[in-house]
Write a protein that binds this ligand. Structure first.
Ligand code: PMP
Length: 362
């Protein structure tokens, strides 16, 4: 008789691996593969963290009360409308754990953030990926058409990682209008601070404004990008208190560690200074996008801290060309290459490699 073995869930066995941006090796000296903020934490943030280190024998505040209060104040919401977690990925997992039962469907755009299919499967739900439009935007009509009586939630990503476009107010409202009252919409705004598009006819969706009107909308935010705290792992969600209390119930207890809590709080206090850095990154993004387009590249609207090369099957070859110049980027097989915006010198190398690649391809 075959020996019995501990069996993992089938859904877990077939999970795609989350592939993080590798650390630069050998001659690689520019890491532009994980959409990180190129600037180190502000000295006042480092000082707050080192002060807090003296109390590491104690558990942190379980619900991160002071941080939650500061976030609520910033958005003009109640404290019971905010839940924090160990990065926004962990918050996403607790949201899906609170919502999904076996057989429930979660609709999301694809290609988008690679944690979505994994988090949906971990929650025991069925993922329904909906291909993006050729210009890297969400295919709103197709997402609406994908909704079935089993749909529990729709995930939206604005700006979309890895392609770059932001969702418009009209697009988010159209999705909400098409959904039954019991389907939640999670708008992932990980890169929202980098959005600069100003189009009076088609304004970018203001998640916080829509949240006030529609109880089905939940926003996902992070301290990893604009606030530059990726290494400490702090993310949060905003939504109606009835939902948020469910998300808290499924979160890991003490999920945001003590150092992360003080660093995030100090970063909120230094908000203006950090947003000046965001402005500098946005200026660099605009310079890189304009330079690439002038070289003849077809670069979609870039509203995050990264640019997307939609090169399809050439993704691996283009990523190798960057690697040979010491720049680590993120290829997505069959789709394209995502390159984060770094400091000026790194971006200059990106422009030079892209120009050379195009010249050799023509
Ligand atoms: N959402 C999107 C769209 C992202 O690209 C990322 C990070 N790459 C996250 C969420 C996760 O961020 P965090 O570090 O807060 O887990």
């Amino acid at each position: 008789m075959a020996a019995k073995k501990v069996r993992l869930r089938d859904q877990v066995i077939s999970l795609p691996a989350y592939v993080p941006g590798a650390r630069p090796r050998g001659t690689m000296n520019e890491k532009l593969s994980s959409n990180e903020n190129p600037y180190p934490p502000l000295p006042r943030v480092v000082a707050a963290v080192s002060d807090a280190a003296a109390d590491l024998n104690r558990y942190p505040d379980m619900l991160a009360g002071e941080l939650v209060e500061a976030i609520a104040t910033m958005f003009g919401l109640d404290v019971d409308q905010v839940v924090v977690g160990n990065g926004s990925v962990a918050v996403l997992e607790s949201i899906l754990a609170a919502l999904c039962e076996r057989g429930d469907e979660v609709v999301y755009p694809w290609r988008s953030f690679e944690a979505y299919p994994i988090a949906v499967a971990v929650a025991g739900a069925t993922g329904v990926p909906v291909p993006l439009l050729p210009d890297g935007r969400h295919d709103v009509d197709a997402m609406i058409a994908a909704i079935t009586p089993r749909t529990k939630a729709v995930l939206l990503c604005s700006p979309n990682n890895p392609t770059g476009p932001a969702l418009t107010d009209a697009e988010v409202r159209r999705i909400l209008a098409a959904l039954p009252p019991d389907v939640m919409v999670l708008l992932d705004e990980a890169y929202i601070e980098f959005v600069r598009k100003q189009d009076e006819d088609e304004p970018v969706a203001d998640g916080v404004a829509i949240l006030r009107e529609d109880p089905r909308l939940v926003l996902l935010r992070t301290f990893s990008k604009a606030y530059g705290l990726a290494g400490l792992r702090v993310g949060f969600a905003l939504g109606r208190s009835r939902l948020v209390s469910g998300f808290r119930a499924t979160s890991t207890p003490f999920g945001v560690n003590a150092l992360a809590q003080v660093a995030a709080l100090e970063s909120l206090r230094a908000h203006d200074q950090l947003m000046e850095r965001v402005d500098a990154i946005v200026d660099e993004r605009e310079r890189v996008v304009a330079g690439l387009r002038a070289q003849g590249w077809d670069i979609p609207e870039a509203q995050g801290n990264f640019v997307w090369f939609p090169v399809g099957d050439e993704a691996g070859v283009l990523a190798r060309a960057f690697a040979e110049s010491g720049v680590l980027v993120r290829p997505f097989a069959g789709d394209g290459v995502r390159v984060s915006i770094g400091e000026r010198e790194a971006n200059d190398i990106v422009l030079a490699v892209a120009a050379e690649y195009r010249d050799s391809a023509i």
